[in-house]
Design a protein around this ligand. Structure first.
Ligand SMILES: [Zn+2]
Ligand SMILES: [Zn+2]
Ligand SMILES: [Zn+2]
Length: 189
């Protein structure tokens, strides 16, 4: 009476979870991103996403998984419109805002304004800690990771600030403003 609940080495809790995984694979396969989009990569993304939801004590649902998979796959802040377009009809516009708010409340994702006042969404869990670089010419945004030594030094600074001002700091962000490579090329032509 054992049902086979494993696909490509993932053990699923039940058939429902298996369906969730299969549907999110559809999104991964239809993406225009080609780099690192192998079955192993997709499996890794899913496991990461599952771990994230479990550690925050949020039930695994299709919209949540789809949303997180897209954010993890693109590794850069996306607008709600971007996410809906990438999902290829797999994320309903009617439920996306509710899901975003839920994940925001659990500090799994963050929503912020770009210098051009566009609202974007990005993953924020500590394992994926990163910063952003904006292009002030075209508005493109990308995630960047800084040296661990820098983050450590910043932590020490923050500890000092906490005791100096008697506050409790729960996060930090650092945004770099730039002119991207593409904009530099088109400017010089
Ligand atoms: Zn980001
Ligand atoms: Zn640019
Ligand atoms: Zn940092």
């Amino acid at each position: 009476m054992s049902t086979d609940n494993s696909v490509e080495n993932i053990t699923f809790e039940n058939d429902r979870e298996k369906k969730i995984y299969e549907q999110c694979l559809k999104i991964c396969r239809s993406t225009e991103i080609e780099v690192k989009n192998s079955p192993e990569f997709q499996r890794e993304l899913y496991e990461k996403c599952r771990k994230l939801l479990k550690s925050a004590n949020i039930p695994l649902t299709q919209p949540r998984v789809n949303l997180l998979i897209i954010l993890m796959m693109y590794k850069k802040p996306l607008t709600v419109e971007d996410i809906i377009r990438i999902s290829n009809g797999e994320i309903a516009t009617s439920s996306i805002y509710r899901n975003i708010n839920e994940l925001k409340d659990k500090n799994i994702i963050d929503e912020f304004q770009t210098p051009e006042n566009t609202k974007v969404i990005c993953i924020t869990n500590p394992e994926d800690h990163h910063h952003h670089i904006f292009c002030k010419s075209c508005g493109s945004i990308n995630d960047i990771e800084l040296e661990e030594s820098f983050e450590k030094a910043l932590e020490i600074e923050i500890k000092k600030i906490e005791s100096l001002y008697n506050v409790s700091v729960d996060s930090h962000s650092l945004e770099l403003s730039s002119v991207c490579n593409q904009c530099q090329i088109s400017k010089s032509n």
